[in-house]
Each structure stands twice: as structure tokens, then as C-alpha cells.
Design a binder for this molecule. Structure first.
Ligand code: URA
Length: 247
């Protein structure tokens, strides 16, 4: 905060807290701003281009999406995974200081069905300790409102739990906001949530930032528009249909 953003990072939306005039004024705190990070990496650009092309067949679409998921998750867990310091014995009979991911705090990964599953396909190669909690929402094509049809999150979560949500497309933001609501209403903290998406659009980012300014979103691209059917433009079409070959 207060530091110029790195290349590829966009800080959006400033949310100011109000205080009661009668209470002594606390030291002004920098307002929280949601972080949207689009890593400037040629492989991320390459796989995004493959996903965007209407000529990419379903199996290739799916493998490109899972590869993008791996690259974005790698970035999302930087400075997120808890680590512990130990020593290991090497084959040379020497002892080396070692940093290991802490197995006592596995990341709770939450794929939003269907297409969020594809982004997670390679996540176990990136995150050594993880647990999976599937959630499913269906969007009404007329109202674009999202309704839950599956939620495998436990009824009680801890404020120390770490969450990674995957959903390839954040268009209007209706679904992703509800999934973060699901986490927070069970005791999780939005500061401990990372969202991984392939393409995001301004309406979703605004909705998320208004409600959860502490959130961090990792994406390959911020596109300009959402059309009247709720599709991101230029976008890449229906990610679930393309990944699973649904006609
Ligand atoms: N979901 C999709 O699959 N594609 C979009 O463009 C928007 C939402």
C-alpha cells in the first residue's frame, strides 16, 4: 500500500471506512484496495491466445486451460503458502537449511463447477498440500442471477484457513461474490482468499472490490466488456462448453 504497483498489477477501487465523530480519531489507515494481478509472462499470453481462438478444438482448449491454471496458481500462492524452516540431510552427508511448505495448513481449493475444475487439474503439482471443496452455481440466462446447486464447504471454517477459488471467467461477478460470501459466512476471512480466473471483466471486479477490498485476483487478462447475455467480449466463449465439448 502506498507503493507504486509493480508492472502487471492493477489496484482497483478505493473503499474508505467511516468513524463515529464522538470517538477519538484512530491513526488513519491506508484504505484497502483489491489487487488484480495479471502476470506479464509470455506463456500466459500464449495459452490465452490458444483459448481465445474459435478454431481451438475441445481437447486442446482443455489442456491450454489447465496449463494456464497451473501458471496462475503458481503466482497466486507466492507469499501465500505458509512455510517452515527445517534442516535436511543431503546425499553428501551434509546438512542444509531447508524451507518447506507447512503441511498443517493445506490450502482449501474451491473449483466452481464446471469449468473451474479444469483450472485445478494441475494444481497438485504446484500446491503440495491441498483439500478440494466443490461448489456449483447455475446462472439464469434471463436474469443472470446465480443459484447454488452444490456446496461441499464444511459448515464451520477457521479465520486461519487459506482458500483458492478457481473460475475461468469472471463476467458479472454474481457467482464469485456468492462463493466468497459462502466462505465468509462460515468463518473464513476474505484476506485469506485468492481467486484464479483466465479472463475477468470490469463488472465482476467492481462487484468484488466493493464487497471484499482485501481480496486478491490472479488472471491472464482483463477484457473490456460483458454482453447482454453475460458473455465476456472479446472473451473466449463458454469456457465449460468448450472444455468439455458440449455442443
Ligand atoms: N462464463 C463463460 O464461460 N464465458 C463468459 O464469457 C462469461 C461467463
Amino acid at each position: 500500500r502506498g507503493v507504486a504497483p509493480k508492472r502487471g498489477i492493477k489496484r482497483i477501487m478505493t473503499v474508505r471506512a467511516t468513524t463515529d465523530a464522538a470517538t477519538p480519531k484512530p491513526k488513519p489507515k491506508a484504505p484497502q484496495q483489491m489487487l488484480v494481478y495479471s502476470p506479464p509472462h509470455p506463456l500466459i499470453k500464449h495459452w490465452l491466445a490458444i483459448l481465445r481462438s474459435e478454431y481451438t478444438p475441445s481437447p486442446m482448449f482443455r489442456s491450454a486451460c489447465s496449463e494456464l491454471g497451473r501458471l496462475l496458481i503458481y503466482e497466486a500462492v507466492r507469499e501465500f503458502l505458509p512455510t517452515m524452516e527445517q534442516q535436511v540431510q543431503t546425499p553428501l552427508g551434509a546438512v542444509a537449511d531447508a524451507t518447506l511448505v507447512d503441511p498443517s495448513r493445506p490450502v482449501k481449493v474451491i473449483p466452481i463447477l464446471r469449468a473451474g475444475l479444469v483450472l485445478l487439474e494441475q494444481s497438485s503439482q504446484v500446491i503440495p498440500f491441498q483439500e478440494t471443496y466443490h461448489v456449483g452455481y447455475v446462472r439464469d440466462p434471463a436474469t443472470l442471477q446465480a443459484t447454488s446447486y452444490l456446496n461441499k464447504l464444511p459448515p464451520q471454517l477457521s479465520p486461519d484457513d487459506l482458500f483458492l477459488i478457481t473460475d475461468p471467467m469472471l463476467a458479472t461477478g454474481g457467482t464469485i461474490v456468492k462463493v466468497v460470501d459462502d466462505i465468509v459466512s462460515r468463518g473464513g476471512r476474505p484476506e485469506n482468499v485468492r481467486v484464479v480466473a483466465v479472463v475477468v471483466a470490469p463488472p465482476a471486479l467492481k462487484k468484488l472490490a466493493d464487497r471484499y477490498p482485501g481480496l486478491k485476483v490472479y488472471t491472464a487478462m482483463i477484457d473490456e466488456q460483458v454482453d447482454e447475455r453475460g458473455y465476456i467480449v472479446p472473451g473466449l466463449g463458454d469456457a465449460g462448453d468448450r472444455a468439455y465439448g458440449t455442443p
